[in-house]
Design a protein around this ligand. Sequence first.
Ligand SMILES: Cc1ncc(COP(=O)(O)O)c(C=O)c1O
Length: 387
Amino acid sequence: MLDHYFKQLNLDLKKQGIATPQLIVDEAALKQNIQHVQIRLAHATHLKARLVVKSLASLDLLKLLSAQINTQRFMVFHQPHIISILENFAEADILLGKPMPAQAVRHFFEQHAAWSDANIQWLVDTQQRVQQYLEIAQTYSRCLKLNIEIDVGLHRGGVQSTQQLIEILKLIERNPQYLKLSGLMGYDAHVTKIPAIIKKPELAYHGSQQTYAHYQQLIQKQFPTLWNEALCFNGGGSPTFSLHTTASVCNDLSFGSMLLKPSDFDSDFLQALQPALWIAAPVLKVLPFTQLPSMSLLDKLPHKCKALFIYGGYWLADYVYPDQCHTHALYGRSSNQELVNVPKNCDIQVDDFVFLRPTQSEAIIPQFSELKLYRTHAFETWQTFSE
Ligand SMILES: Cc1ncc(COP(=O)(O)O)c(C=O)c1O
């Protein structure tokens, strides 16, 4: 099945005269993944979808997903992406996925005064950062929406105790002219990453949800002036998408990578989704076997593999086609012209393509200036974020 797919893709790429490495999005697989998300979300009416921009970093892709999943909520991780999203989505609701350095926030208000009233939830993790953001709000006479990062078990920073949360909330409560609480963000990627022998994912999820609920109740009971029904309680990502859409104390769910399903997202929880992202790299040279520099004695030995040199290489990706293609442990890796071994009887020529499956989308997409949306025999070109 995959054999037939890559043979066809190889022919289609060559027919189009494409001769450089390409990042390919398979339209059929993407559609299927979108459908899966639509169905799960239709059953989880308490959750609003939020697209993770860094994992889907192409405006055309985001526009398609925004229309199909019916959301203009975005989680943004990179300052320049904020403006791209604001310029392209009239109803954009942005939640920062990591706390921006205060200086980056200052630049935003300095350089983009026109967007100073945009719907942005700035993520804060410590009282010190809230204090810095307060000073920015005072300088620019703005009221900043603050979403508080809470540690629900991932231990990547954020609020780790009731005391820390109370201190932040007090600071916000004392400065209503400049600061407004907009919600909480608790990322729970650890849930499916802890070895099951130590903790079962369902149990880890339950624990993270309990922590989340504890902080929600604290706001409601001790800070009623900050509490309102519109607060954004963000959770997720892709690894816990199916758990959240089954039951969640959150009302806002971020996800991105699962729609393209790079191999880091091969998990029992995402079994229904299809890999939709591939790298295609042209073959530049086909040699009968691998010659290791300064080891010509080995050349006389029988060889099981041919040696290809390809256009590009060393991506965060695994070689998947032709069957059994792999890098050479001793020859080493190259980003410019990588050696790839294929079985001796493999029928591959110069100008054919080899194919790889990225392990993640967020690192790979920025390495390509465009994505090629592939439907059999045809390609559509999508731009990726340039920065
Ligand atoms: C805060 C936060 N939420 C959600 C996600 C999920 O993104 P994805 O679905 O692409 O894994 C991430 C990924 O790094 C994240 O840092």
